[in-house]
Design a protein around this ligand. Structure first.
Ligand code: NDP
Ligand code: OXD
Length: 303
């Protein structure tokens, strides 16, 4: 039983140390595989095309949180996404930063600063703004907690509508009601058949006039042309995006030069090498002990 890692030599060194300390089999790269039948687990961001080469493969581990880019796996092979506190707190930090940036009009002030213009604007109290979080999973719940601590009113939207203490939750059949109150809308949804292209013109029309958009889910959930129209029409006042369609966003894309849009290049989170290795170790051990695999992805629902 061994885990094969597809990553950089630097990450391989960290994973190698952790697996050696745990006494578990570890192969740092595909070139070091001498017997393909030993490979029971494979960890990667982009899966290799030749998975059928490993007849005893049990679980593929995505080293990030989102797995929408993974193809169908061979029958009987499970997919686990990395559950790591560092990923969750980093995205939470990014969402808090972006929400505060929109709440305190940072796009407006950056634009005026670029022209050397001193142009104060009235500010609002956090408690007078409602942040609506789409996706109340591990990251959404963490972000809700921090935004509430800053004084924002927070509501959440999820597929199941599962209650979250202290947050008004809207299930998938109450999207209109959820959107109508979201002064700042945060997207933390996984990319699935249901969420692809979700944020288009009709969607933005349901938001309060002048709403802000914070997007750290996946680029393909947002129609960039509809974003431009919503900004031009005033339905949206500003947006901060960590994910775009396409990625990387081409240098000549309008959004780079629009002062109402702030963009970071999909950096809200990075997986810490040690945390990634510890997640993988937990998967290997759970598989061996017949326990539920941490981070198991339900491929039928897409996340
Ligand atoms: P979780 O699986 O823990 O949570 C997903 C949430 O989305 C759940 O609340 C789920 O509802 C909800 N959801 C899924 N589909 C729908 C739908 N069709 N309609 C309404 N709600 C839906 O995921 P995480 O919180 O860990 O991560 C969320 C996403 O964040 C990742 O999939 C990834 O795309 C993105 N991400 C981005 C990063 C970045 O660097 N920008 C880094 C890490 C993650 P329910 O509770 O009912 O299951
Ligand atoms: C992601 C990640 O899913 O970086 O975007 O983990």
């Amino acid at each position: 039983m061994a885990l094969l890692l597809h990553s950089t030599p630097e990450r391989g060194a960290v994973w190698g140390r952790i697996f050696a300390e745990a006494g578990e089999g570890f192969i740092p790269d595909a070139a070091s595989v001498t017997d393909a039948s030993q490979v029971t687990h494979l960890a990667c961001w982009t899966p290799p095309a030749d998975l059928a080469r490993y007849p005893n493969l049990r679980t593929v581990i995505c080293v990030g949180a989102g797995t929408d880019h993974f193809p169908a796996l061979p029958d009987g092979v499970a997919l686990s996404r990395t559950i790591a506190p560092g990923i969750e707190t980093m995205v939470r930090d990014w969402v808090v930063m972006a929400t505060l940036a929109l709440h305190r009009d940072l796009p407006f002030y950056l634009d005026h600063a670029a022209r050397g213009e001193w142009q104060p604007r009235p500010a609002r109290l956090a408690r007078t703004r409602r942040v609506g979080i789409m996706g109340m999973g591990r990251i959404g719940r963490l972000a809700a907690e921090s935004l509430q601590a800053l004084g924002f009113a927070v509501s959440g939207y999820s597929r199941s509508g599962m209650p979250v203490e202290g947050v008004e939750i809207f299930g998938a059949n109450r999207l209109d009601a959820f959107l109508s109150e979201a002064d700042i809308l945060v997207c933390l949804l996984p990319l699935t058949d249901e969420t692809r292209g979700l944020m288009g013109s009709a969607f933005f029309d349901r938001l309060p006039q002048g709403a802000g958009l914070v997007h750290a889910g996946r680029g393909a959930q947002l129609d960039m042309e509809a974003l431009r129209q919503a900004l031009d029409g005033g339905r949206l006042s500003a947006a901060m995006l960590d994910v775009t369609d396409p990625e990387p966003l081409p240098a000549d894309h309008w959004a780079w030069r629009d002062p109402r849009v702030l963009i970071t290049p999909h950096i809200a989170a990075h997986t810490d090498a040690e945390e990634g290795a510890r997640h993988a170790l937990a998967v290997v051990r759970a598989d061996r002990d017949g326990q539920p695999v941490p981070g198991l992805v339900d491929r039928s629902r897409g996340y």
